[in-house]
Design a protein around this ligand. Structure first.
Ligand SMILES: [Zn+2]
Ligand SMILES: [Zn+2]
Length: 258
């Protein structure tokens, strides 16, 4: 069994046909879905879908793109939303200096609020980082020193050096379909070397469809293609990789086992 540790089931491309999307994923061996929110107004919807399906869980958080629109969102709102039994993670949050859709200072402030909530709840923090390695590492290092919290880097695309820093801090690394792209040699090297107990796989659907589905709307069933590719890189079987990443998922997202 595989788990798609990061998908956006409420986004256009997937939300129109949950039944079909879930059926195709389950047929491909996907037995769990972590449905990620990116804006406060999505929280209700991701939680409602997770309430209807035993194999779907939800996260609550504000994507760095949306930081400017949530300047006033404090820890209390996140804490209250995180109490729901189907909410097992905080995020996605982090820093995106590639698009710079929100002010960098605001992205950092929201990032730290999410960290405080992850620390208080014990729910893993889902970190998005793009072209922001130095600040991401600095904030995570600083915050870990103030009190450890569980966390992962989702859709890892950063340098091997950054990856090592994150592993040293205790983070897990999640690999998306980008790893299957022809020009992703650096990422492939990272994916081959992440310690087995720190590895997850995800789709980030509806984005980033892996080979051989490029150009199509990405859906959670495609996590099987990514997992097969990563297994190949690591010289292991698809089944062993599925077992390891699923075990890692439940070890990290402890609330999902309840
Ligand atoms: Zn992201
Ligand atoms: Zn995402």
């Amino acid at each position: 069994m595989l788990i798609d540790s990061h998908c956006h089931l409420e986004y256009k491309g997937l939300v129109e046909d949950h039944a079909g999307v879930l059926e195709r994923a389950r047929a491909a061996g996907v037995g769990g879905f972590l449905s990620i929110s990116t804006r406060e107004r999505e929280w209700k919807q991701v939680v409602a879908t997770a309430e209807r399906h035993g194999d779907i869980w939800a996260s609550v958080g504000i994507h760095p793109h949306e930081a400017d629109g949530h300047a006033d969102l404090g820890e209390a709102a996140l804490l209250a939303a995180a109490e729901h039994p189907r909410v097992i993670a905080i995020g996605e949050t982090g820093l995106d200096y590639y698009y710079d859709h929100s002010d960098r200072g605001m992205q950092q402030a929201l990032f730290r609020r999410h960290i405080a909530v992850a620390r208080q709840t014990g729910l893993p923090l889902i970190v998005h980082t793009r072209d922001a390695e130095d600040d991401t590492a600095a904030i995570l290092t600083d915050e870990m020193e103030q009190g450890a919290f569980p966390a992962l880097i989702h859709c890892f695309t950063a340098s091997a050096d950054f990856g090592r820093k994150m592993l040293d801090l205790g983070l897990t690394i999640s690999i998306s379909g980008i790893v299957t792209f022809k020009n992703a040699r650096d990422l492939q090297a990272v994916a081959a070397q992440v310690p087995e107990h720190r590895l997850l796989v995800e789709t980030d659907a509806p984005f980033l469809a892996p080979v051989p589905h490029r150009g199509r709307v990405c859906e959670p069933s495609f996590v099987a293609d990514t997992a097969r590719f990563v297994a190949n890189l690591r010289g292991t079987s698809a089944q062993a990789l599925a077992e390891a990443t699923t075990a890692n998922f439940f070890k990290l997202f402890t609330k999902a086992a309840l």
